[in-house]
Write a protein that binds this ligand. Structure first.
Ligand code: AG3
Length: 285
């Protein structure tokens, strides 16, 4: 049987056995593949990079959705950039406080194929009356929209191809402009052991827009190489130092069903390993 070899890094790479190929197609924007792997379940790749698997998607989606939403405490309007597989939308809409979630995906084929071959990701979220799906370039949307949001989540690919602009100064600046007071923006920011430049660039670019900018992390097995960083930007520094009791109360009130997220994990996720905080401090000198 054929293997899928990830082509994200030059000198090293992971490979997966393709037990059944469901779909492979060059869309208008990228090369999309969905296949089954005996251990991971269904796997989606874009341009040779693993985006999501049924087995471990909960870690990434819970951490990128519940950390900003519970820290904010009363988010009503949420913007997701990317996220065409629907997993992020599913986690966001678990919050009853959220009355409206806009998902902006550049590639309509990702949504169509994820609905067909990864239905457990969205689990009906695309049909939720609170969801609005926009097919557009995320950069164009944040530049042009008149809507405002309490939380913005960038659920992007790596900064290669269509995702590159979602790591630009312009993107952070335009997104910042869409946030209501007390709002929070979070982004997928790569695996720092392999992608340290990504963290340093984001510190500089996102840090220029927000009064408070930092990173938190989680280890997502299929984004191999240790922890993945999530960038955090807000004008309210108090939102990332909430104590366990406050987070626990928010978590209990939200009545979420989670498999990775706990209030303790939330708080601890902001502690960064020293190689990373050293690199960030050096870049600021
Ligand atoms: N997007 C993040 C994929 C990042 C993979 N990068 C890496 N391993 N460095 C996931 C989309 C899921 N909704």
């Amino acid at each position: 049987m054929k293997d899928f070899h990830e082509t994200l890094y030059d000198a090293v790479g992971q490979s997966y056995r393709i037990d059944k190929l469901y779909f492979e197609h060059k869309t208008e924007h990228q090369h999309l593949m969905i296949f089954h792997n005996a251990f991971l379940g269904r796997v989606m790749t874009l341009d040779g990079v693993v985006q999501t698997t049924e087995r471990d998607e909960f870690i990434y989606h819970e951490m990128l959705a519940h950390v900003p939403l519970l820290a904010h405490g009363e988010a009503k309007r949420v913007l997701i950039i990317g996220g065409g597989d629907g997993g992020m939308l599913r986690e966001v809409l678990k919050h009853q406080s959220v009355g409206h979630a806009t998902l902006v995906e550049i590639d309509a084929d990702v949504i169509t194929m994820a609905k067909e071959y990864l239905p457990n990701h969205s689990a009906g979220a695309f049909d939720d009356p609170r969801a609005e799906i926009v097919i557009a370039d995320g950069m164009d949307f944040v530049r042009d929209t008149a809507q405002r949001f309490d939380v913005i989540i960038s659920d992007s690919t790596d900064p290669i191809g269509p995702g590159e602009v979602l790591f630009s100064d312009d993107f952070y600046a335009a997104s910042r402009r869409l946030l209501n007071p007390g709002g929070v923006m979070v982004t997928q920011n790569g695996v720092p052991f392999f992608q340290i430049d990504e963290v340093i660039n984001t510190q500089q670019r996102m840090g220029a827009q927000f009064a408070d900018q930092t990173f938190y992390s989680a280890a997502v097995p299929t984004y191999y190489g240790g922890i993945m960083t999530f960038a955090w930007g807000s004008d309210n520094p108090a939102l990332r130092t909430l104590d366990n009791a406050t987070l626990q109360a928010c978590y209990d009130a939200a009545d979420l069903d989670t498999r990775y997220y706990t209030p303790e994990i939330h708080r601890a996720a902001f502690a960064l390993p020293k190689y990373l905080s050293d690199a960030l401090a050096r870049a600021q000198q």
